[in-house]
Structure formats: structure tokens, C-alpha cells
Design a protein around this ligand. Structure first.
Ligand SMILES: Cc1cc2nc3c(=O)[nH]c(=O)nc-3n(C[C@H](O)[C@H](O)[C@H](O)COP(=O)(O)OP(=O)(O)OC[C@H]3O[C@@H](n4cnc5c(N)ncnc54)[C@H](O)[C@@H]3O)c2cc1C
Length: 489
């Protein structure tokens, strides 16, 4: 029997039905298309990811399936490695073309894409990849990048006509050969975590632009108020429930009626940073594994597992650090400043290498976006260059951004009875105060794991500044940069 000729739309981190160039191309093709998302076991077991991410993906897929069903369309969700999946499908069908977005991801997805590129070529299947947001593949330098970002944001959105799309029905033939059983833990309710889906993303964008942006600048650095004052769109951008262009264009259309033009402008500039950092990572993916500036390779050589565990679990004895860590473990979210403080505490005060810490926080951040994450992590760890070194004092951050200790009390219940003037330095409590407030230091709540943050500040600062000449190492890095750019083409 002759095989049916089909195309495939391969959804990755672009889980939406609007402003979607691959879906538009499929709708305009004369061949029927199979719409597919793959939960890839290798990615699910990768140390960057946690079940929280796959729940968000599952919620996003469910949202898409409901909308697709209104157009009598289906989405195939499989639990397969990419090559196994495409191999099996091409046994059954004459697979003509695969449409997807380019992905700037961790090394694992990059290697998978290289392998798939070869496989599609061998099988004479066209793989058409479309640019994601304003991130350009194979860019040799970033001169003029800002102007290109602006012009990309002004371009019309790619609107797929779903009524025109002729989709391949997910038949028994497919179900017989493809593993479609999705682990139940991906389908569980997520309590404190944000829920995935296009619908949720639009609700957040609208409430931010029409109401919440007036609190943006005042709340951005404080972990409690940031939960409602910031847009909270990051996981939706990471998993592609909304494109950056959709957000920019909506913000521009509603600029005149926004309650705070300043808030809206600050938000809009961060949408540019989003693409900027991913673009940097696209050209320098090696920063997943090594210092951006190799001149810092010989620092932080010693490891202390006990201190690392205390940081990971939020039991350092520094209330603001512990509250932030426990909150991100339970909710998947933390504002920018407090993410920076956690990294600063790990790398400057505990003087531990950043790499294991970056994996731990990648698993916690629901919005884990490799390009932003690795660039920011290294920036905060001071491994980019001395001009960017910021060493946060975790005690001062508490006084500045949680003056009454409300956020701390929410996440560190051991300190719930401690009054505001003692909550940021509970080790200063007398024996009697410890008894009165039900918190004995060293028993109910840990004693601080470092003696003096002023000393650890001095130590870190001295070593990092002594590396001032290390910028010359950047010259050597250029060769590595070019090699990666060439590979990604
Ligand atoms: C160590 C560290 C790791 C980080 N890891 C990630 C990550 O994995 N994924 C991620 O999306 N953000 C990351 N950030 C950046 C930032 O903290 C989050 O984007 C932000 O807190 C998300 O909340 P929001 O959506 O309410 O942001 P808003 O303040 O409302 O900003 C809107 C959007 O702009 C972008 N954005 C905001 N701040 C930045 C920034 N500094 N750099 C680049 N883009 C930005 C995000 O897409 C965000 O959703 C990291 C920051 C640090 C210090």
C-alpha cells in the first residue's frame, strides 16, 4: 500500500497556537500535517530539569488540545526520543517536511538537533526551522543587533489559519507504534506553582499592562511584593506560551492607556534583555560548562559539600537566604535581585564554584531558560570580568527588601515569633529572647554557617580584583566562540 505523504509540526519550547511560523507553514502546505510534542526521556532525566517543568508543559499542551479540538484538530503527545519517534513515523508515512522553531537550549538539545539534522538529511526529509523571537542563528558578531531586535519586533506576527490546516488523525496505526503513555506525575495539580498555557499567559500580560505595571518599579527588588508587581510572564516565555513579539506589540498598542508609562518602559526593555542574553548564549554555549572569562579558572578550587547542602536546602542560618531558597523550592519563582543574592552567597560568601549551584537553581526555576540562566549566573558569580562584580550582603538585603520580616516569617516558620528588629540577625538574640520567641539558635534554627559576612566579602573581593588583568584571556576565548558559532549553523 502506498504511504500517505505528510508533514510534521514538531512543537518544542513554543507551546502556543498564535504567532507560530511552523504552524502557519503547515497550514499553507498542500500536505496534511501531524502536530506533535515529544516528552524526550533523555531531557526529562537531565539534571537541569524537574517534574515542575513537565507539569507546566503538560498544562500548556492541554490548553492547546482544547483549542485545537474546536477546529477539529488533534495533537499527538508522545514519550519518545526524537530519533526513535521520527524513525517509526517514517516507516508508516511518506514524511515530506518537518517544521519547528530553532531552539537555543542546553548542550543536550543542541546535540539532539545536530543528530536530527543529519538523520533528516539522510532520509531526504526537509527540516525547516524558524527563528525564535529575535535570536539569530550563526551570528558572528552583535553589531547592530539592537536595531535588528527592534525591526523584528515590528514585523507582523505569523498567524496560522487553523481552519485551513489539514491534520493527520492520530489513528490506531500511530498509537500501535508510538509510546503515548505520559507519566501521571506530569498531570498532577501544582499547588503553589504557576500554571502553563496560552490563556494564562494572556491573562497575566493584560493584568500587568492595564493594572499591575504601576507597582513594577517599586516592587521589583523585594521578594514578597515582586510576586504580584512583576509581570510573572517568564515561564510562559520560556515554554513559548507567548512570543516576545506578542508581548512587545501588545505593550506598544496599549502604551497610552497604561497606568504607569515608566513601569511599562522598564518591562519592555527587559523583553529586549531576554533575547539579548539568549543571543549571547547562542554564540557562546560553552558557558554552560566553563567560565565565560577563563582567567577565573583557578579560583574556587575547594569544595565544601556541607555548606553546599545548607545553601541548597535553605538552612544556612541567614534568614533572607533561607527564605528565598525555600520559597523558590516550593513555588518555582523568585525575583531577580534575590536570585542574584542566592548566587552571590554561594559563590562569594561560601566561595564555592557556581556550576553545581546553577544546576540546582535550574531545577527550581519554573522559567529555566538556559541563555538567561547561564549568563546571569556567571555575571553574579563574577566570572565574566571584574567590572561586573556585585557582592550582596545577605543581612542588608533583608533589611532593605523585607524590612518587617514578613517574607522571612512566611518561609522560615522557625522564626515566626521573632520580632522585626531581631529577625534579620537572630543570632544576636539573648538566651532569654531565644526562649521567649521559641527559637533556640543551633537547635530550632541553624547558627550561621559563616562567621562574618564582612570577612567573606573582603576575601572574595580581594581575589576577584586581583584577577583584573584576566580580561586578556577573552582574546583566547574568541577561537572557541567562532568554533561554536560555526557548529550551530
Ligand atoms: C542567577 C539568575 C538566574 C536567572 N535565570 C533566569 C531563567 O532561567 N529564566 C528567566 O526567564 N530569567 C532568569 N533570570 C532573570 C530574571 O530574574 C527573571 O527573568 C525574572 O525574575 C522573571 O520574572 P518576571 O517574568 O516577573 O519578570 P519581569 O520583571 O516582569 O520581566 C519581564 C520579562 O523580561 C525578561 N527579563 C527580566 N529580567 C531579565 C534579565 N535580568 N535578563 C534577561 N531577561 C530578563 C524575562 O523574560 C521576564 O519574563 C535570572 C536571573 C538571575 C540573577
Amino acid at each position: 500500500m502506498e504511504k500517505e505523504t505528510i508533514n510534521i509540526v514538531w512543537f518544542k519550547r513554543d507551546l502556543r497556537l498564535k504567532d507560530h511560523a511552523p504552524l502557519k507553514a503547515a497550514a499553507e502546505s498542500e500536505n496534511p500535517s501531524l502536530l506533535v510534542y515529544l516528552f524526550e526521556p533523555s531531557l526529562i532525566h537531565d539534571p537541569h530539569y524537574d517534574v515542575r517543568h513537565w507539569r507546566f508543559v503538560w498544562q500548556s499542551l492541554t490548553d492547546m488540545m482544547v483549542k485545537l479540538s474546536e477546529h477539529d484538530l488533534e495533537l499527538l503527545v508522545a514519550y519518545e526520543e526524537a530519533e526513535t519517534f521520527f524513525d517509526r513515523i517514517s516507516d508508516q508515512y511518506d514524511l515530506k517536511a518537518v517544521y519547528s522553531h530553532e531552539e537555543t537550549g542546553i548542550d543536550l538539545t543542541y546535540q539532539r538537533d545536530l543528530a536530527m539534522k543529519m538523520w533528516f538529511e539522510t532520509m531526504d526529509i526537509e527540516w525547516k526551522e524558524y527563528q525564535t523571537n529575535a535570536v539569530q542563528r550563526g551570528l558572528m558578531h552583535r553589531d547592530g543587533w539592537r536595531d535588528t531586535w527592534k525591526s523584528t519586533m515590528d514585523e507582523p506576527q505569523a498567524e496560522p489559519n487553523l481552519d485551513q490546516l489539514h491534520s493527520v488523525r492520530v489513528s490506531d496505526n500511530i498509537l500501535d507504534i508510538i509510546n503515548t503513555s505520559i507519566p501521571n506525575r506530569f498531570k498532577e495539580e501544582t499547588g503553589y506553582f504557576q500554571t502553563g498555557g496560552e490563556e494564562k499567559a494572556w491573562k497575566l500580560l493584560k493584568s500587568f499592562i492595564h493594572e499591575r505595571c504601576s507597582d513594577y518599579n517599586a516592587s521589583i527588588s523585594a521578594p514578597g511584593p515582586a510576586r504580584t508587581g512583576c509581570s510573572r510572564l517568564s515561564p510562559h516565555f520560556t515554554w513559548g506560551n507567548m512570543s516576545i513579539k506578542q508581548a512587545v506589540q501588545y505593550a506598544d498598542e496599549h502604551y497610552d492607556d497604561a497606568p504607569s508609562k515608566r513601569g511599562l518602559r522598564s518591562f519592555r526593555s527587559r523583553l529586549g534583555w531576554h533575547c539579548h542574553f539568549i543571543q549571547k548564549f547562542e554564540s557562546e554555549p560553552r558557558i554552560e560548562f566553563e567560565n565565560m572569562n577563563r582567567g577565573y579558572d583557578d579560583i574556587r578550587r575547594e569544595w565544601n559539600e556541607e555548606k553546599f547542602q545548607a545553601w541548597k536546602e535553605g538552612t544556612t542560618g541567614f534568614p533572607m537566604v533561607d527564605a528565598c531558597m525555600r520559597s523558590v523550592i516550593s513555588t518555582g519563582y523568585l525575583n531577580f535581585r534575590m536570585r542574584a543574592m542566592l548566587v552571590s552567597f554561594l559563590t562569594h560568601h561560601l566561595w564555592l564554584d557556581w556550576s553545581k549551584g546553577s544546576l540546582h537553581l535550574a531545577r527550581q526555576f519554573l522559567d529555566f531558560e538556559p541563555g538567561i540562566h547561564y549568563s546571569q549566573f556567571q555575571m553574579q558569580a563574577g566570572t565574566i570580568g571584574v567590572n561586573t562584580i556585585r557582592i550582596y550582603n545577605p543581612i542588608k538585603q533583608g533589611y532593605d527588601h523585607d524590612p518587617d520580616g514578613e517574607f522571612i516569617r512566611e518561609w522560615v516558620p522557625e522564626l515566626s515569633e521573632v520580632p522585626r528588629d531581631l529577625i534579620h540577625e537572630p543570632w544576636e538574640m539573648s538566651e532569654m529572647e531565644q526562649q521567649m520567641y521559641g527559637c533556640r539558635i543551633g537547635t530550632d534554627y541553624p547558627a550561621p554557617i559563616i562567621e562574618d559576612v564582612k570577612e567573606s566579602y573582603k576575601h572574595a573581593s580581594k581575589i576577584l580584583w586581583s584577577k583584573k588583568g584576566s580580561n586578556k584571556v577573552k582574546e583566547e576565548n574568541k577561537g572557541i566562540l567562532r568554533k561554536h558559532v560555526k557548529n550551530r549553523r
